[in-house]
Design a protein around this ligand. Structure first.
Ligand code: 8Y7
Length: 287
């Protein structure tokens, strides 16, 4: 798969670092990159540089908080938060910038300033989003969510969790390919915490291998999420070990991209996983 002219072999799992440019971020690594609505661009660039040096292949830049109950912002506001930063990163750092957005306008502008991936938690369901991605020719990550961020955690409900997520992703993949997006430009994500109960999230983590049947790269994001807090009883800033453990459980089932706040630590976990996996004579990790 090609991102910003880089050919990335996703058979070797990669790490995506998170850069939240939101007021009310659920967690942003303890740093704030927006002050009184103003983008702290140099601070955000430093954080990006650090994640890049730690081994992140992708930096996921997001301007709209999707935390449960978050306040909506205008497209203009989202644009002001994200576009200048993507441009600045691309001019200074040789890293693939992913834009976490559902807005077709932001997708198109982001592509113009050098974004290499579109990450949409709404799986291109907004009017114009599929067409925007097709125009940009960028790879896209389609994530599953039941409902909308404002209400998704009110009463998540599935009769068959894994099948429903699989069916949703299949539908979105087919909507994309029908509209002219290449299937090999698509990454899938079951969307931990997005319209799912605690039990749903745990079941999902144990059954990630089911998504490999779609034969597309699989991305997961569990970093600091509430399911880790519910399991361990720890607050957001103390969920590192839990997040690493969850990432490894994912890697062992064939996950290709891990989205995280904690790049350096996740890279170490990945190295341990790869060392064992590559020693195939002794171990079968069946991926
Ligand atoms: C995910 C995500 C968030 C995720 C993908 C947070 C933007 C909440 N989570 N994108 N975004 N997958 N693809 O805690 O799990 O980071 S926001």
């Amino acid at each position: 798969m090609f991102f910003s002219d880089k050919n990335i072999n996703l058979e070797i799992p990669q790490v995506m670092g998170i850069l939240n440019v939101t007021h009310d971020s659920f967690s942003d690594g303890g740093e704030i990159f927006l002050e009184s609505g103003k983008l702290l661009i140099d601070k955000a660039l430093k954080r990006t540089e650090l994640m890049h040096q730690s081994g992140a292949t992708f930096i996921d830049v997001g301007g709209e908080s999707t935390r449960p109950g978050a306040i909506k912002i205008s497209t203009e506001e989202e644009m002001n938060r994200v576009i200048p930063l993507v441009e600045k990163i691309r001019k200074n750092i040789d890293v693939i910038v992913s834009i976490d957005t559902s807005s077709p306008e932001v997708m198109l502008e982001g592509a113009k300033v050098g974004a290499g991936l579109i990450n949409d938690v709404r799986a291109l369901q907004r009017p114009g989003a599929i067409e925007a991605v097709r125009k940009t020719q960028l790879p896209v990550c389609l994530m599953h969510m039941q409902g909308e961020p404002a209400t998704m955690q009110v009463a998540p409900n599935y009769s068959s969790l894994i099948n429903e997520i699989l069916q949703f992703l299949e539908k979105r993949i087919s909507a994309c390919t029908k509209a002219g997006i290449d299937r090999d430009q698509i990454i899938i994500d079951p969307g931990f915490g997005f319209g799912k109960t605690h039990e749903d999230n745990i079941e999902l983590l144990g059954r990630l291998a089911a998504f490999k049947t779609l034969k597309l790269p699989l991305l997961i994001g569990l970093s600091r999420k509430s399911m880790l807090g519910l399991i361990t009883g720890k607050s957001t800033e103390r969920r590192l070990a839990a997040g690493i453990s969850a990432a490894v459980i994912g890697l062992m089932q064939g996950v290709n991209i891990v989205r995280t706040h904690d790049v350096a630590e996740t890279i170490d976990a990945l190295k341990v996983y790869l060392a064992v996996k590559n020693n195939e004579l002794k171990f079968d990790l069946s991926t």
